[in-house]
Design a protein around this ligand. Sequence first.
Ligand code: PMP
Length: 431
Amino acid sequence: MNISRSTYLYNRARNVIPSGVNSPVRAFKSVGGTPLFIKKASGSILTDEDDNEYIDLIASWGPMILGHANPKIAEAINNKVEYSTSFGAPTEIEIAIAELITKMAPNIDKIRMVNSGTEACMSAIRLARGYTGRDKFIKFDGCYHGHSDSFLIKAGSGASTFGVPNSPGVTKGTANDTLTARYNDLEDVARLLEENKGEVAAIILEPVCGNMGCVLPKEGFLEGIRELCDKYELLLIFDEVMTGFRLAQGGAQEYFGINADLVTYGKVIGGGMPVGAFGGREEIMNYLSPDGPVYQAGTLSGNPIAMIAGYTMLKELYQNPQIYEGLAEKTTYLAEGLERVFSESIYDYRINHIGSMINVFFVDVDVVDFDTASQNNSELFGKFFHAMLNRGVYLPPSPYESYFLANSLSYEQLDHIINATIESLARMKFD
Ligand code: PMP
């Protein structure tokens, strides 16, 4: 029997890589079927190992905001590679990217580079704990801050204030210091703060969620969180791994006009290379080692190839601020097109979008938090995902992920996506 090259590779991968993938959602577990292995990409077109082409709505889960294989980024990397790929010593390009970030993003006096969003969030929490001398922090159900132990916690049953690990391997001791609240629910946060007075170092949140699908903060929510942080004298950490340099040059802080104390970045900041970063007010950042007491380090942190990729990406965005308007217009065009198509279908749905993030949920409630996001009909989503894939559109293979638009998407490609949606919704009844 002839199998596709992707299937052959998946079977081969499963022998030597757990589940055949290096990050779980790539395995297509929640949509069924076998994952596509990607050979190359250019602009907004992905090509798989069987030479099928797809319009890409993942953008590598965010980083490829300018599209794949951007010539300027590719050239900058190529030019740097021959000077060696790592020194483990300071380089000028690290200063250049830090200077650019402090210019582009509000409230970032100093920034330290790491290798992933996980590292950025993990380090920001340690710093917040070290700075405040308190152990606990608050996160929100459905917000993802990477896979370090203290973030892999969901709310306990009922009104329990203590977290329950949602992965074996995370200890109850760790979970006890992670308090979880309902997104968009200020009262829930205020209650937790009252019950844990003087013990909470920070509140960390995605100012726009991308990890339960795209979920927007309600009017006043972010302002209310800022006020609570001030009232209880704790740090506000914006996890801008998704929203940073995507919603606006200055990310969600600029978009919503809210000042965070610490901010974490990833994705766009590395131009597709493994990069994360965390930054914030000088007096907090000065707590970091070696001048300060809070330890944090990385053999490959500030890697010259990663830095030149990130720097070139950020410079493009800095010099061409009109990219953000263009992206928002494209996203609104797609949202309106999808709205028309879905409103004529038999399916319950909601479409959330902001900036260049968008999501379709198969639900009959407004999606404002993890409970409502969890009502997304995953069976319908799986059918929709495959129907779209068959029509050349690559959506994130999970109902809990936002789609990301890249500036390289053309209006013709957006029309293709809208037409594919018409056909997919019509077809799904029979699948
Ligand atoms: N925070 C947010 C908001 C994210 O979306 C992610 C990754 N999806 C992370 C942190 C973790 O980043 P990484 O996968 O680079 O470790």
